[in-house]
Write a protein that binds this ligand. Structure first.
Ligand code: GLA
Length: 743
């Protein structure tokens, strides 16, 4: 299912009765296990790259059951719980064989574990390591070789014992409009869990990613860190055990959330669990982030090394008020500003019931003749004649009860037949039952029909605005209802694979009321994800800061909205809004015609300037310099550096005015000490009034060790300036600097 296509040059190592250590390594990390036929598999080490004998000599070898099951040592945390057809749920897994393969830069260890009491139950535990980056992956495969079904009640992907009893955990939590809050706290004694049960939106409240600082702290540059993320589009579950009984100082387990997900595995069937990706570094969480970003861009994210276009999305500007006039104006205006793509968001469809609000039409993916009497082709043509590309919004997994689709197929939705379903948005929205193959064809067909009819659609925004509130499939038999959340996720994956097989190039943005689906599992199918509906640039700094811990900037959509944010009732000036959105994939989400002349001139300049720093933002290495969560908490700063370290871009934000904090020193990172860098202010507020530092040449050593002070961040705004759409505000000052090596 989720196997990497390898042409395996398989060296099958039949293991002898002697216990044997097996190591797999990345350039800077190693993982070691010990296997002996007929005995449990032991996890020994995960840390910086080392020889097995050195790890022994240093006393760093752990001895912890690498895949503990319920039934043999029940006072220990267990990763596996399986109920046999006769109700027996005690399992003792012992090693049957170990296979070790090396292919295409990936070395892989597969250990087959067989249950002593029920030998027809086989679990393969997979470990793999990349040769080009410090990433290790783990997952499992459950195989039922028996004649009767078995029920998997807990089936974790990974078990990672960590040699530290003094960990600090970084996790992301939040909600709509407030996704990805970074939370850092000591892992106190006991069991800490992070999990979600939204069914279709794994990242709405918690994120399936974490970092652990192992020496009682987690800093950017100088402490051991383990970071992990689960590649799964469904409910996930992480456990962190910091208990005396765990047998290892700290134990991590991660995988599919087993809650209400007993999985019936039929005879001769298998279930491959999602991959958990880990990185280890001694160089702080900055390095962990950079490794995850590089791996994502190179190995997981579709078109990960390609740059993304500047777009205008119609949603925040006009909401459901889609008309030929409003769309024509927006399309022309974004082209004039230097944008590259225009996206028509929600509100364009519904041949029978026009989509005027959230109450109707989902499921009916024909153009609404009331709203766009000439269809969408003229808009596509208009975009092209203005030299830009065209995109459109869909929410193909959903239906409103007021729709032709629901009238025809009431049995296609998730709902219990015996009671009224819980409706979502608009009081009428329901989630389609993706486990039903006819529904799978329908969802594929939504994309296929659009792209067949309009082959010039360049970009789709795929939204998902409802959790699995009705956890009952009208398609699955009663006895398989608890397979629903896993089978729904696998069905979505199947549909996405089918779409990508036919349409490998179309750019698809994933959205789920903002960042409700921010997960690595979607990356092979979606070039980018909408980070949040939050339009307040001040608030977004925190959201983007949190998301960037794990997700690379080129996949995080960030749009300049209007000065007033409906979410926070706050006004923010245009330069700050641009500078915040420019730290990720820049776009705009407002009616450009509402900009005044000064703002329009600024927007044009800022878009043009973004194109010059785009390769750095979208492909560079991220260094976090000043956290908005730390210190006086009124500054934030980060930078991106290219691989050659001869170009960088630095973003600095003053978040709010605080008289005493007026000597903020920003120390760069990631540059060459001995190189000289010329500084250029990117998109200054006034074209002819760049910052004092503009044009200066400063050594990498001074930039990194002494740091820079930027007086412009302290200056108050001149309330009479024409550019300011928000007057008399001293907060929200920002500056962007490009650093170029003078050779
Ligand atoms: C969600 C998305 C928005 C927009 C609306 C349209 O809330 O997050 O960006 O697409 O749906 O209904």
């Amino acid at each position: 299912m989720r196997k990497i296509a390898l042409i395996l040059s398989s060296i099958c190592l039949a293991i002898s009765a002697q216990a044997k250590d097996y190591a797999i390594s990345t350039p800077n990390s190693s993982l070691i296990i010990t296997a002996k036929e007929g005995k449990p598999l032991y996890f020994r080490y995960y840390g910086s790259r080392a020889e097995i004998k050195d790890i022994y000599s240093a006393g760093r070898m752990l001895k912890y059951n690498a895949y503990p099951a319920f039934g043999t040592n029940c006072n220990m945390p267990y990763a596996s719980l399986v109920k046999q057809h006769n109700g027996d749920n005690a399992v003792k897994f012992v090693v049957e064989k170990v296979e070790q393969n090396e292919n295409n830069g990936l070395s892989k260890l597969t250990v087959s574990l067989r249950d002593v009491a029920h030998p027809s139950l086989l679990v393969k535990v997979n470990y793999s390591a990349y040769s080009d980056c410090d990433i290790i992956k783990m997952n499992t495969e459950y195989i039922n070789e028996g004649k009767k079904p078995v029920v998997l009640q807990k089936y974790m992907s990974s078990v990672l014992p960590i040699q530290s009893d003094n960990c600090v955990l970084l996790q992301l939590e939040g909600c709509h409009g407030n996704e990805c809050n970074e939370r850092v706290a000591p892992l106190t004694e006991g069991v800490h869990t992070i999990s979600t049960q939204c069914g279709s939106r794994p990242a709405l409240y918690q994120n399936a990613s974490f970092m652990l600082g192992l020496d009682g702290r987690i800093d950017e540059t100088n402490c051991p860190v383990v970071a992990g993320t689960l590649l799964w589009m469904g409910n996930f579950h992480f456990e962190f055990h910091n208990t005396h009984i765990a047998g290892a100082p700290t134990l991590f387990m991660g995988g599919i959330n087993p809650a209400a997900s007993d999985y019936t595995l039929a005879s001769k069937k298998s279930l491959t669990t999602p991959e958990m990706v880990f990185t280890y570094t001694n160089n702080g969480k900055g390095e962990a982030t950079r490794t995850l970003h590089r791996w994502a861009r190179k190995h997981q994210l579709i078109d990960g090394t390609k740059e993304r276009e500047i777009l205008l999305n119609s949603w925040e500007g006009v909401h459901f008020d889609i008309s030929e006039t409003s769309m024509t104006d927006m399309c022309r205006d974004i082209a004039k500003l230097g944008g590259e793509l225009f996206v028509v968001d929600d509100g364009w469809f519904g041949p029978k019931y026009p989509r005027n609000n959230g109450k109707t039409s989902l499921g009916d993916w024909g153009v609404s003749p009331q709203k766009l009497p000439n269809g969408i082709q003229p808009l596509i043509d208009l975009a092209h004649s203005n030299g830009i590309k065209f995109g459109i919004w869909i929410e193909p997994e959903m239906v409103n009860s007021k729709s032709e689709l629901y009238e025809k197929h009431p049995d296609w939705v998730l709902r219990h037949p015996d009671f009224e379903p819980t409706y979502g948005r608009g009081g009428t929205q329901l989630l389609l039952d993706l486990t039903n193959p006819k529904v799978q064809d329908f969802v594929f067909g939504v994309v296929d029909d659009l792209l067949t009819k309009y082959p010039d659609i360049y970009y789709l925004k795929w939204d998902n605005n409802m959790c699995m509130q009705n956890a009952y499939s009208q398609y699955l038999p009663t006895e398989l209802q608890s397979n629903l959340s896993v089978d729904f996720t696998l069905a979505l994956e199947k549909i996405l694979k089918r779409i990508r097989a036919k349409y490998p190039k179309v750019v698809i943005q994933l959205c789920s009321s903002g960042g409700g689906r921010l997960n690595y599992g979607y990356m092979p199918y979606f070039q980018e994800m909408w980070t949040s509906d939050q339009t307040d640039a001040f608030h977004r700094i925190y959201i983007q800061w949190g998301a960037l811990n794990f997700y690379p900037a080129n996949m995080l959509g960030a749009h300049v909205g209007s000065a007033f944010s409906k979410y926070t009732q706050r006004f923010i000036p245009i330069k700050f809004r641009f500078d915040v959105a420019s730290m990720c994939r820049l776009g705009m989400e407002m009616v450009p015609a509402k900009l005044n002349d000064g703002e329009r001139e600024y927007a044009k300049r800022a878009f043009a300037e973004y194109k010059t720093i785009r390769p750095l933002v979208q492909q560079g290495d991220l260094y976090r310099l000043v956290s908005p969560h730390e210190g006086t908490k009124n500054y934030a700063s980060l930078m991106y550096v290219n691989e050659a370290k001869d170009k960088a871009v630095l973003f600095a934000y003053r978040l709010f005015t605080w008289r005493r904090a007026n000597h903020i020193i920003i120390r760069a990172q990631g540059l060459k000490e001995n190189a000289m860098y010329r500084i250029r202010e990117v998109a200054p507020e006034y074209a002819n009034k760049p910052a004092k530092i503009n044009g200066k040449v400063i050594s990498g050593r001074v930039l990194m060790q002494e740091g820079i002070v930027l007086p412009e961040l302290l200056a108050t705004q001149n309330s009479t300036e024409p550019l300011s759409d928000v007057r008399g505000v001293n907060d929200y000052r920002s500056i962007v600097l490009e650093l170029t090596e003078v050779k």
